[in-house]
Design a protein around this ligand. Structure first.
Ligand code: ADP
Ligand code: MG
Length: 590
């Protein structure tokens, strides 16, 4: 739990501000996160990392020479929005382009991919390396599905070393990918963590037990086992990871390996040293040569009691990268060459100011009918906000069963931002389409996570389809809903049956279309479709998740409905009530 807190919703932002104040000589605020204090030298690829808050020193503490050029920062345990990733990348990109690198989580993938697409569209070369070191989160044959945990550090180090050594973007990508291929981790948890302001931990581990294969977002372990002694734990770590050697390392004997023993938050340094003693002994007994081990906190999960071990199987180049100097707020190694550090010329004041400017609010005026229809859009967004506010705790608890527990706060933040954006004074003369699209952008930016990105993209697509020319009739509304469905499916790649919000969205869109084609009024059709969405969402309880954060916890998830499908159905029912009320009001008027 957090002992020191103001308003929980401001926690990540306040922590970021204090972090920058504490490290002014090393980092500066940029839109969406932090960057090295100095600019990226011309010709040098910029390495942009990022993820949710709550993992310090990942990610902001790993910005500096020898490490990243910038870090995009999301809310607590929520991916930064595409807008934030883009903001950081723009702030640090030189002419040589940007390498994005982050732990492989669905929400981060969606948002970083969207940012990458935007950078491409702007002519900024960009490539991505996702860290997939967690051996317990998927089998060997599905390595690309594995999550990223403390192995982030080794991949970031390789990427930054290559960038600073002057490799071009493809070269940086190749070395970072190779580092990821050579990085394997395994984590255990003895207790869950509690989000700032929350009354209960995200999950608990029964006394005397430990969760094996825990995630760094408070996802529970994949396997529950009796808690071993420190020696037994160290031996288990080494045995599991030696068995998971990369394919191109045929023999552990003689191999040179960097070792990272990472505390997740509540395990003390001395306890880590006790485990490390065993780890070192076991590795040496297996003939492994340990190179520059790190014992401490590199990727945490608030105050979770947990430990992870990472083995980074080196070759000559990777070893040069791993052993090179670094100077970041939370990671320092060797002596950073003063000349190299100074090569990051200071930003001139004009550039800094230009970067801080918010995007101007461009408002397209709509037809009178569309401006009137925007009133209904606003009332619907307000209703969504109210419902999602009221259900935030329940949705969070649902997400905590097999996910990371943030679905409630994510939907709350997103719907609040959307309603606020729609009510923005400058949108007063905007048509329904613009209001909806703007609301979507705000949702994506503030909601974070997988669902924030998808809801944002969906609302935006619906808004673009509706446009500002005329008031949408029932058929236009059905088309807009289908446009949202299409964009959500193409961004998230989920099909019905994967146990995601798509399981409620697809039946909703189909039912709405069918009912409207059959001649029902919009209000009646929407109400019927919302009930169908609810039935479909409830039915997800029987499904096994194939995508998203819940996938590694498939067994735990069965019997519980998908949180994203449930929140979608709640939202559509709230909207149905607004449409029904509007019909009543119209009747009273006539
Ligand atoms: P995160 O998973 O990033 O923590 P949230 O907790 O806010 O994000 O949202 C979780 C929900 O997102 C899931 O319950 C599921 O409905 C939805 N989801 C996850 N992955 C996908 C996907 N690939 N496509 C569609 N929806 C998804
Ligand atoms: Mg979640």
């Amino acid at each position: 739990m957090s002992y020191v807190i103001n308003d929980p919703t401001d926690f990540a932002e306040e922590a970021a501000a204090g972090f920058v104040a504490a490290h002014r000589s090393l980092v500066r605020r940029v839109p969406g996160g932090v960057a090295r204090a100095g600019a990226t030298p011309a010709g040098q690829v910029a390495v942009v990392i990022g993820g949710g808050s709550g993992h310090y020193p990942a990610f902001a503490g790993l910005v500096g020479p020898g490490l990243a050029h910038g870090a995009a920062m999301g809310d607590v345990f929520a991916s930064p929005s595409a807008h934030r990733v883009h903001g950081v990348a723009r702030a640090v990109a030189s002419d040589a382009g940007v390498l994005l690198s982050y732990g492989n989580y669905a929400g981060d993938v969606l948002n970083f991919d969207a940012a990458e697409a935007q950078l491409h569209a702007e002519g900024i070369p960009c490539r991505t390396v996702r860290v997939t070191d967690d051996i317990f989160s998927a089998g060997r044959e599905e390595r690309e599905k594995r999550r990223g945990i403390a192995g982030d550090l080794t991949v970031f180090r390789a990427a930054s070393w290559a960038a600073e050594a002057g490799h071009d973007l493809d070269g940086v990508f190749d070395l970072a990918s190779h580092a990821n291929e050579r990085t394997r981790s395994l984590g255990v948890a003895f207790s869950g963590c509690t989000l700032p302001g929350a009354g209960e931990p995200l999950f608990t581990v029964p006394a005397g037990q430990m969760g094996v294969g825990m995630g760094i977002h408070g996802e529970p372990g994949i396997d529950i086992r009796p808690r071993p002694s420190a020696d037994e734990l160290g031996r288990m770590f080494v045995a599991e990871l030696l068995a998971e050697r990369p394919d191109d390392v045929p023999d552990a004997r003689g191999a040179r390996v960097a070792v990272v023993l990472n505390g997740l938050g509540a395990v003390k340094s001395e306890e880590l040293f006790v485990i490390y003693g065993t780890v070192a002994r076991e590795l040496e007994a297996a003939g492994v040569v340990i190179v520059d081990p790190e014992v401490g906190e590199y990727a945490t999960s608030f105050e979770m009691a947990g430990v992870s071990l990472t083995l980074f199987w080196l070759d000559d180049e990777l070893e040069r990268a791993w052993s090179s100097p670094a100077y970041a707020p939370a990671y320092r190694k060797g002596v950073v060459d003063a000349a190299a550090a100074a090569a990051t010329e200071a930003l001139d004041a004009d550039t800094a100011e230009a970067l801080d400017e918010d995007e101007p609010l461009i408002v397209a005026a709509g037809s009178e009918a569309s401006i009137a229809a925007a009133g209904t859009v606003r009332r619907i967004l307000d209703a969504l906000r109210e419902t999602l506010d009221a259900e935030a705790d329940a949705l969070g608890r649902l997400d905590a069963i097999a996910g990371d527990g943030d679905h409630g706060i994510g939907m709350q933040r997103g719907s609040r931002a959307a309603a606020a954006a729609a009510g923005h004074g400058q949108l007063a003369i905007a048509g329904a389409g613009t209001v909806l699209a703007r609301a979507g952008d705000a949702w994506a930016d503030q909601g974070g996570g997988t669902s924030g990105a998808l809801w944002g993209a969906g609302l935006r697509a619906a808004g673009l389809r509706i446009g500002d020319a005329e008031a949408p009739d029932a058929s236009a509304v059905a088309a807009a809903v289908d446009a949202a469905r299409a964009v959500v499916q193409s961004a998230g790649k989920a099909e019905p049956g994967d146990k995601t919000l798509v399981d409620a969205l697809v039946p909703f869109a189909e039912s709405l279309r069918r009912r409207i084609d059959a001649g029902e009024t919009l209000a009646a059709a929407w109400d019927g479709a919302a009930q169908d969405a609810q039935t479909a969402a409830d039915a997800t309880a029987l499904l096994v998740p194939r995508l998203g954060r819940a996938r590694p916890h498939a067994a735990k998830s069965v019997g519980t409905p998908d949180p994203g499908a449930i929140s979608f159905a709640l939202a559509m029912n709230a909207a149905a009530r607004v449409l029904a009320a509007r019909v009543l009001a119209d009747k009273e008027e006539t």
